[in-house]
Design a protein around this ligand. Structure first.
Ligand code: SF4
Ligand code: SF4
Length: 369
């Protein structure tokens, strides 16, 4: 398709990570085709800019715009997000986040995860393990493959790796009034959001925790809350392709690393030739974790309104675990390990988190969530 000179110039100035540039050209041509134009015009590129702005969210778009206008740094391709070690028989493949996609907060979490995963692989001597398990001369496919992504879009599929770590971003509904603009509906490809007169409702069973609906909610009715990880294992893109099994959803960094250690230990024990997928199907990888649940004691004054809310929130959690309160606590604190990472005191964060859960519960009773 032909391009006007002004369109070419505008396309070069799109606020997108460089890796997206070829796709953005196709996007402009698609818009032109749908408008039955025989060329891409500057007006078409303006629409492309809006499409990418919606997709990447305000924070990322502003970061890139500042760079293009000479007011901010270039979107960095940070070394810590690239894994390259020719002496290792494991490989860590990170999604397009390594090329500057995703926000700084997400990139920082993945940098930390990358460092920790490498440390586990080294401590567990994965290189020697994979060398010993290889049936033929060592080569690229002898490596233990790990895939990591910054969101559930999974541009690089962790589902075809031995071990996959997928970031999840839970969206919370706040008390801020919804102005019914429909932005969240537009961005939810799972159709998990519906709008009622009282505001948005999220179908948590459909929601894949991508946070797209919350990124640009103008009122703050939808916000990104806690972040966690989905862990998958046993996939392969090799001779006998297999899709991995889900081990755990929305879990903490500590749990991810504990499950990774379990997977490596299971592989070490398994007969030569047995795949991780077969192991995953035979025995769960979830056992043996380093949870900090037992350290938390809660005391409630049920005459105090806030304590009441917290207490109700905990009771509400039990519904999801067949009334088994200790299982509810285990699941709850499992997530907390991740959430407390930046907090000043464990107890303070514990209370804050419980209050959030309680608020959601109270919202639910009033029909808000
Ligand atoms: S929740 Fe936010 S994005 Fe969705 S309709 Fe309401 S104001 Fe708009
Ligand atoms: S976070 Fe959930 S509800 Fe929001 S856009 Fe993603 S899938 Fe839809």
């Amino acid at each position: 398709m032909k391009w006007d000179a002004a369109a070419e110039k505008a396309q070069e100035m799109l606020a997108i990570p460089p890796i997206m540039a070829p796709y953005a050209r196709l996007q402009s041509e698609k818009i032109a085709r749908h408008k039955k134009l025989d060329r891409v015009t500057a007006g078409v590129v303006k629409e492309t800019a809006q499409v990418y702005r919606d997709f990447m969210g305000k924070e990322k778009s502003e970061e890139l715009t500042a760079f293009l206008e000479g007011k901010g740094p270039a979107p960095a391709m940070e070394d810590e997000l690239f894994f390259s070690d020719e002496n290792a028989l494991y490989n860590i493949d990170l999604c397009f986040t390594k090329y500057g996609e995703n926000t700084r907060g997400v990139r920082d979490i993945l940098k930390d995860m990358m460092k920790s995963v490498i440390a586990v692989c080294e401590e567990e001597h994965v290189t020697e393990l994979m060398a010993d398990r290889a049936p033929v001369a060592l080569h690229g496919a002898s490596r233990f493959s790990i895939g990591m992504t910054g969101c559930p879009n999974c541009c690089v599929s962790p589902y075809m790796k031995d071990f996959g770590i997928i970031m999840q971003h839970r969206v919370d509904i706040t008390k801020a009034e919804c102005v019914q603009c429909g932005e969240c509906l537009k961005m939810c490809f799972e159709k998990a959001v519906t709008l009622t007169e009282k505001g948005p409702v999220i179908d948590r069973k459909q929601c894949v925790m991508c946070e797209l609906c919350a990124r640009d909610c103008p009122t703050g009715t939808l916000i990104t809350g806690a972040r966690g990880f989905k862990v998958v294992a046993g996939g392969s893109g090799a001779r006998n392709p297999r899709i991995s099994a889900t081990i755990e959803e929305f879990t903490s960094k500590e749990r991810v690393l504990a499950i990774l250690r379990n997977a490596i230990a299971a592989l070490r024990k398994a007969p030569l030739g047995e795949s991780l997928k077969a192991i995953v199907e035979r025995e769960p990888l979830r056992k043996g974790n380093s949870m900090e649940k037992a350290e938390i004691t809660l005391t409630f004054d049920l005459n105090n309104k806030r304590d009441q809310k917290v207490y109700e929130g905990i009771m509400n959690l039990t519904k999801y675990f067949d009334g088994n309160l200790s299982e509810a606590f285990m699941q709850f604190f499992d997530r907390m390990v991740y959430t407390i990472a930046e907090c000043e005191t464990r107890m303070q964060k514990c209370e804050n988190l419980l209050i959030q859960v309680a608020d959601q519960y109270v919202g639910k009773k009033e029909g808000h969530a």
